[in-house]
Design a protein around this ligand. Sequence first.
Ligand code: F3S
Length: 398
Amino acid sequence: MDLSTEQQAILRGEKGTLLQKCMQTLVKYGDFFNAQKLIPTKSAHLVLSGGSIILRTYLGILENMTAEGIQFAVPTTVNPRLTMEHLGIVQKIAQRYLFQKDNQFRHHFKKMGGIETYSCTPYLGDNTPQQGDILAWAESNAVIFANSVLGAKTNRNSGIIDLISAVLGVTPLMGLLLDKNRRANWEIIVDAEEIDYAVLGYVIGEKVKDGIPYIKGLHSTADDFKNMGAAMAASGGVGLYHIEGVTPEAVQVKDALLLPDCQTLTVTDSLLKKVQENLGHGRKKVKTVFLGCPHLSYTELVHVTKLLEGCRTKKGVNLWMNSSPSAIGKFNQSDYFEEFEKTGAVLMSLCPLAFLQLPSLRNRWILTNSGKLRYYAPVYYAPLKECLREAVGGDING
Ligand code: F3S
């Protein structure tokens, strides 16, 4: 690999043994994928947040870094925290055990200059890349949104590579950072009237695996693309999609983004309906409805509040909604907050997936409108309005 003078000095250990190990790891990683050089990044977003007991090694690395005074080289944001207040006593004890290192993580992250955003949707305002920016992110829903909707460039890195790139401020030039690897090998024709974006993402991810889809027939909002991308990145390994006439590269390059030998999939209403039913099949009495995986945007918080106006969650059912601390801060100041408080729903900023590690929540009584959560956890899927009807035990507005 062709390294700069400064990178070679770090590799020789002139800036300490820990940064030397970081550089050795990044160079080996890049060499494995035939990267020719390391290039500067604009920002980092750490996926391994919180102090779960299964992250001891990771926390040990952070501790060693702060002991050596190592700082993040680029603006660095972080995924949701994993602890919450709204728990029964048994759950609280389990939470304290599972996530006992939470304060330790926060301490090291802050000391290294991290920005305490605690959300998996940094692209919605906390850390929003521009088109063409080179990033080294790991959170899959953030990677796919940054690449596809914003036209930034990042690979789907692992949690450790993500951390190493954050302290070195560089990443190997390879994979999705190269234009030649951003062309689509799947043409997806959406021929449907009623589109459930989480289900559509689920269908596409399952079909294209780690391919790149070029989707025709969609014109929707950033929130829909957020929820579609998260599901696609979970049911498949997709890190980038294009939407004809909508996403930046598809607008610029048009159909030339499609590889000549691409495969084709047509998505119809009946296919979406069938998959939607499968994802919710076998649902029992719902105890908890989880929204916000990925975190709800401010616009989605307002939308849910309007749908719930005049309604209240039914006894014995939790409606737990996750959003970023920054979106919640804005929402709390808005005219909608007073109405929201009457609904009985609870706002929080955690990651439902991590939260489901709590033994008492590991059951089949959870409903979500998230394709990603449905893929990774033993929960049932239903579209947003159905989730809300279940939570209030009756009709909603709209
Ligand atoms: Fe975010 Fe956790 Fe879902 S990090 S995308 S809320 S699994």
